[in-house]
Design a binder for this molecule. Structure first.
Ligand SMILES: Cc1cc2nc3c(=O)[nH]c(=O)nc-3n(C[C@H](O)[C@H](O)[C@H](O)COP(=O)(O)OP(=O)(O)OC[C@H]3O[C@@H](n4cnc5c(N)ncnc54)[C@H](O)[C@@H]3O)c2cc1C
Length: 180
């Protein structure tokens, strides 16, 4: 039986737990002989792939935000066959307050060596009336922000379309609480 910690320490960007950790802003407690250090996901995952774990360190705990921090957390992924790893994945975590987006985080997995936050798109959406957000338009901006506007290898072009579709689904589902 696999563990969340094992999936994170393997740090394969196609694994589901990586965007979950990044997208929710969980904290990772790393136990070393000298004590515990607590890392944000972007400190745990190394830009070119892998982790910042040092010899003799283990991942001892993963602290997720309290359930009340987000109204909804939605994960979408695409894989060609059920036993394949994801070709692209998107996690969208939102908190709505009186119909407005009080917080939104969007993490994209499997298309880079580490999960990538669509921070600029999230910043643009923050404060919006949830019912007025166009998920398709926002999803196109998410895809462009992590994979560029156009061009690239056929795989990148394919993944850009996947991210756009997955982000659209995730945003629609995540924002549905705020819709009438
Ligand atoms: C049949 C199958 C189906 C799968 N399906 C999915 C899927 O649908 N979605 C998905 O995301 N992934 C899937 N996976 C991948 C799975 O997430 C990884 O194999 C994951 O590594 C399993 O966790 P584990 O605890 O077995 O880790 P291990 O394989 O035991 O460990 C991975 C690496 O991390 C190290 N390690 C483990 N725990 C720690 C720790 N606490 N601290 C420091 N180092 C540690 C190990 O030494 C090893 O180097 C699947 C795997 C299999 C075999």
């Amino acid at each position: 039986m696999g563990t969340i910690g094992g999936a994170l320490c393997a740090a394969d960007p196609r694994y589901d737990m990586l965007p979950l950790i990044s997208g929710t802003g969980a904290r990772l407690e790393v136990l070393a002989p000298s004590g515990v250090r607590t890392l944000a996901p972007e400190e745990f995952f190394v830009a070119d792939g892998g982790t910042s774990l040092q010899p003799h360190e283990i991942l001892a705990a993963i602290r997720f935000p309290a359930a009340s921090v987000f109204t909804r957390v939605v994960f979408e992924k695409f894989r060609q066959r059920t036993f394949d790893a994801a070709l692209a994945s998107v996690l969208c975590a939102v908190r709505t307050d009186a119909g407005r987006l009080a917080d939104i985080r969007i993490a994209v997995g499997a298309v880079h060596p580490v999960p990538v936050l669509a921070s600029e798109v999230a910043a643009e959406l923050n404060g919006s009336v949830a019912a007025e957000v166009d998920p398709a338009a926002a999803a196109a901006r998410v895809a462009a922000s992590v994979l560029g506007d156009d061009g690239g290898t056929p795989l990148v072009q394919y993944q850009r379309e996947l991210v756009r579709a997955l982000a659209g689904r995730a945003l629609s589902a995540a924002l549905s609480d705020g819709r009438s």
